[in-house]
Design a binder for this molecule. Structure first.
Ligand code: ZN
Ligand code: ZN
Length: 375
């Protein structure tokens, strides 16, 4: 079968930026040297590019995980243009198809099933995307956002202006123009490209699957360090609307911290969090599946699996009990505000929610210990 046509512009940009970063930058460092300002400009640039993709292109525009003030959207659109990963509209259209058809080699634009190279960069080097919808019908919501459409219409002049403009201005201020172009221009672009691309490649092959094994996505703390928190990709594929990818307070997710900071400043609102009962139900199901699989060849498999099933069902019923009580309390709180009625026993309902939550967390602990001891 004949391979699709090469997209020469992409081939040249990716090869040239990689070659200059791998050969030109070390040579310049050896013969001329860089100073702290230039290194800082590169590192801050990488951070700005990466977080504009994760907080902007990804969590805000692809998944509507929160709402953002126009100033936030403008800064994220500029940072995303500096990152040079196509317009918001185009990127989001690809990404929404990735979630909808994950691992489907025909419909997922960067299907991990086609290998590491393909999902990392290969998918952009040839014209594989033949059924791409030029009207972006899966992004109708974004077509109402004037900042998204402005960036889309003027993408080429914006990308050239920002990518040359920022390093040139920094170089003129600093005095070593070529050095700044190499570090803040080329190396910053190549490194931030590959760090983001790891989310499509590495985060689909390396790590754990605590929530689902129905797709190839993985949770991996090391990848989170490299990708502004996007390494918790198994979680993300299950709960894509959550503004967090690392849900525990200690999980490295600077994108979630930035969004929370923006909300605190009034520059973001309506941050969506997946209810804990949905998260824990899925985790329990997955753990039941993996432990049952591991027990298959154990001599006491039958008894152990029965015990496991019993504890699992207890956990699920406690989660459901908690979930019902929480809903009752929320409904009652709303009703008491709307109707301005006294007499709703909100305090008692709230107490009940707290007790049932503690109950289910206690059973969760027990369930985890049991799994660890028999698996
Ligand atoms: Zn993915
Ligand atoms: Zn996503």
């Amino acid at each position: 079968m004949q391979k699709p046509k090469l997209i020469w512009l992409n081939v040249i940009v990716f090869s040239l930026t990689a070659l200059i970063t791998l050969l030109g930058v070390p040579a310049y460092a050896f013969f001329h040297g860089f100073d702290g300002w230039q290194i800082a400009a590169m590192l801050l640039g990488i951070g700005f590019c990466e977080i504009s993709i994760t907080a902007g292109y990804h969590r805000l525009w692809s998944h509507r995980a929160y709402e953002a003030h126009w100033l936030t959207r403008l800064v994220l659109a500029i940072g995303g243009t500096y990152a040079t990963q196509n317009s918001i509209l185009h990127w989001v259209s690809d990404h929404r198809r990735h979630h909808q058809y994950v691992d489907d080699n025909k419909k997922d634009p960067y299907s991990a099933k086609l290998g590491f190279w393909y999902s990392h960069i290969g998918w952009m080097l040839r014209d594989y995307n033949t059924d791409f919808d030029p009207h972006y019908n899966n992004c109708r919501d974004l077509q109402k956002d004037p900042i998204v459409m402005w960036q889309h219409r003027h993408y080429l002049p914006l990308v050239l202006g920002i990518n040359f403009g920022i390093p040139i201005l920094l170089g003129l201020w600093h005095g070593d123009l070529l050095g700044m172009l190499l570090l803040a221009g080329v190396a910053r672009l190549a490194i931030s490209h590959h760090l983001t691309f790891f989310i499509n490649s590495l985060a689909h092959v390396w790590g754990k699957q605590p929530y689902t094994d129905l797709n190839s996505s993985r949770d991996n703390g090391v990848i989170a360090l490299l990708t502004m928190g996007e390494g918790y990709h198994n979680y993300h594929h299950c709960f894509q609307r959550d503004y967090r990818n690392g849900i525990r307070w200690w999980q490295f997710d600077p994108t979630k911290w930035l969004i929370r900071g923006l909300a605190w400043l009034g520059l973001a609102k309506n941050l969506y969090r997946t209810p804990i009962e949905r998260i824990e139900t899925l985790r329990a199901q997955m753990l039941l599946t993996t432990t049952t699989r591991k027990l298959a060849h154990s001599p006491h498999a039958e008894t152990l699996i029965l015990r496991l099933q019993y504890e699992y069902e207890t956990l699920i019923s406690r989660i459901n009990e908690f979930s019902r009580a929480k809903k009752q309390w929320i409904d009652a709180s709303r009703a008491s505000v709307m109707e301005e009625l006294e007499g709703y026993d909100l305090e008692n309902l709230k107490k009940r929610v707290e007790i049932l939550k503690a109950n289910f967390l206690h059973q969760k602990k027990h369930w985890q210990v049991l799994n660890a001891s028999i698996a």
